[in-house]
Structure formats: structure tokens, C-alpha cells
Design a protein around this ligand. Sequence first.
Ligand SMILES: Nc1ncnc2c1ncn2[C@@H]1O[C@H](COP(=O)(O)OP(=O)(O)OP(=O)(O)O)[C@@H](O)[C@H]1O
Ligand SMILES: [Mg+2]
Length: 335
Amino acid sequence: MTQPVLEAVNLAQSYEVSRGFLSAPATVKAVAGISFRLAPRSTLAVVGESGSGKSTLARMLTMIEAPGAGSLFLNGVDVAEADAATRRRYRGEVQMVFQNPYGSLNPRQTIGAAIEEPLLVNTPLPAAERRARALDMMARVGLRPEHHGRYPHMFSGGQRQRIAIARALVLKPKILVLDEPVSALDVSVRAQVLNLLVELQEGLGVAYVFVSHDLGVVRHMADEVMVMYLGRAVEHGPRDAIFSAAKHPYTRALMSATPMADPGAKKDRIVLEGELPSPFNPPTGCPFNPRCPLVMARCRSEMPPLETKAGRLVACWAAQDTPGPTPMRREAAAA
Ligand SMILES: Nc1ncnc2c1ncn2[C@@H]1O[C@H](COP(=O)(O)OP(=O)(O)OP(=O)(O)O)[C@@H](O)[C@H]1O
Ligand SMILES: [Mg+2]
């Protein structure tokens, strides 16, 4: 890979959570050692069930929350260890777009003021230049100049997400972290916002970390895919390798639940049994073992390492280092 624009090494975050006043507080390992290298202008998609640690990872990547452990390198400097000035600079380079654009926009601020605010806080630019840059960014995201003086409630959900994207990009960051950016939008406008993101990436050369639980969206957007389960990466590699031949049984199960992710495939369904285990008390060995159709004795005692097999990283004792997807014993035709 060319020099990565961002490198995460063993990022981890735990939270102490109270469990009622008679029990001792418990620790949740929300993210338990995530590493990746993000190439410039590329998109890393992060997928996984609710509670797998995607948003926690996103908050650490944007330094909204300092990592509990691990390193985060931007241009070779570890920001997790850096002084306040370096962290401030970092926050300019790595911006975030949230799921709900209404929550991230101040209802009493015009959208022009909202988009100019990062420039006001972080740059010495005069008012006229701030306005010019905001208008330029508004045009890039498909908003008209007359929108500048209007308030968030005057816009549709899709337009509000365009405003949030313009605000995140106005400082020309190198990286945009998007946490479920289209999940709250009407299906009819999702594709428009996704296409806008693709266009902006080409035009501005920004790299994306794209969090989503929708594999159809991930397939459209990603260069690389990381599948998370209980705070860990279980499979991570080039999009085509993963979509054409997933090696981890969890990835296969997610895909079989997404009809559009594999339109040509035969109608086999792998039904995930049980719920995501409690993060307070994860299973020993492989965290996926209680739900895994391929479980073996070893899986209950030893955590499989994340290692290279068939052109991607995968953490599974049963995954084979051969082309083609990992066969699933319990695969049965859907009713
Ligand atoms: N501030 C916090 N305090 C305590 N526990 C937290 C906190 N933030 C996250 N967690 C816990 O960490 C785990 C991971 O949560 P996270 O929000 O990162 O998951 P997620 O993959 O983004 O889920 P979703 O798809 O529902 O958004 C969960 O068990 C969650 O309850
Ligand atoms: Mg989340």
C-alpha cells in the first residue's frame, strides 16, 4: 500500500458500567484491539451487528473520545499520545458525519453559519472568504446559494445530511468518518447521498471510514471491508475477496441475511442462532463459538488469531486458506 493516510494499531476501549447498586461495576470491552491502514482516497467499510463496537471505533478515530489503548498515526505522528495542539490539528484532518443530521445541526443557526463555523473556529479567514468557501462546499453537495440563510427545519432529511457533509468537509479534511450516514434516510434518497459521497471522494481526494450494518451499501461504497464482532475484527480485506468468498462464518451469515449482497448466489440461508453474547461476559475461545455452525472443540478454548488466509485477514480456526467461501455444514435451503 502507498503511505496510509491513517493507521490504527490495536485500538481498544473499555467502559465501566454500573449493574445496580448491589453488584460491582462491570467492564465492557467495546473495542478490543482494532488495527488497519487506510489508503488515501479509499474507503474502509466497518460492518457488524448492533453492539459490535463500530461507533466506539468511530469516536476514537475522530478523537471525540481518546483511545483507551493503542495508537493512531496520522502522517506518522501518534495522535493518541500527542499534545493538545497536535490533537487539535488532527481534529481538523479527521471529521465525522453522524447518522442523524438533525441532532448534529443547531436548529437556531442558519445552515450557512453552521457550515462556516468550523472555518471560524479553526482558521483566521475573514468573513467574506468563509462565506465563499461555504457557498463552494454547498454547491459541491448540491445545495443552492439561497439555502445559505435558511434554518435546518426547512430542509428534508436528505438535504440535512448534505448540509452535515458540507460542514464536515469545509476544512478539507483528509479523512471522513461516517457512522451510518444513510440509515436514517428515506430509501429513495439513500442512493443520491451515497452517489454524492462517491463524487466528493473523487473530487476532494478524501478517504472514508464508512460504518454501516447494510451490506448492500457496503458493497457499493467500500474498497476494503472490516467485519466486527464483539469489539474485534473477524474478517478484513478487499471488498471483492470478501463478497465473492467470505471466509468467516459470521461474515457468511451476515451476507446470507442480505439478499442483494449476493444476487447470483443460490438461495442458501445461514440463520444466526442466538443473540450477540453479553459483552460483560464474552465466551471463552472464539467469541463467535456459541453461534457458529462450524464450531469445534478448539474454538471453545482458544481465541483464533487474525491471520492472512486466501488474500484477507480472518480469525477462524475453520476458515481455509483456499479460494472459495468457507463451506457451512448447516446450510439449508430457505423455506
Ligand atoms: N459510553 C458508553 N458507556 C458504556 N458502554 C458503552 C458506551 N458506549 C458503548 N458502550 C457499549 O460498548 C459496546 C459497543 O457499542 P457501540 O455503540 O460501539 O456499538 P455499535 O456497533 O455502534 O452498535 P449500533 O449498530 O447499535 O450502533 C456495546 O456493548 C455498548 O453498550
Ligand atoms: Mg453505532
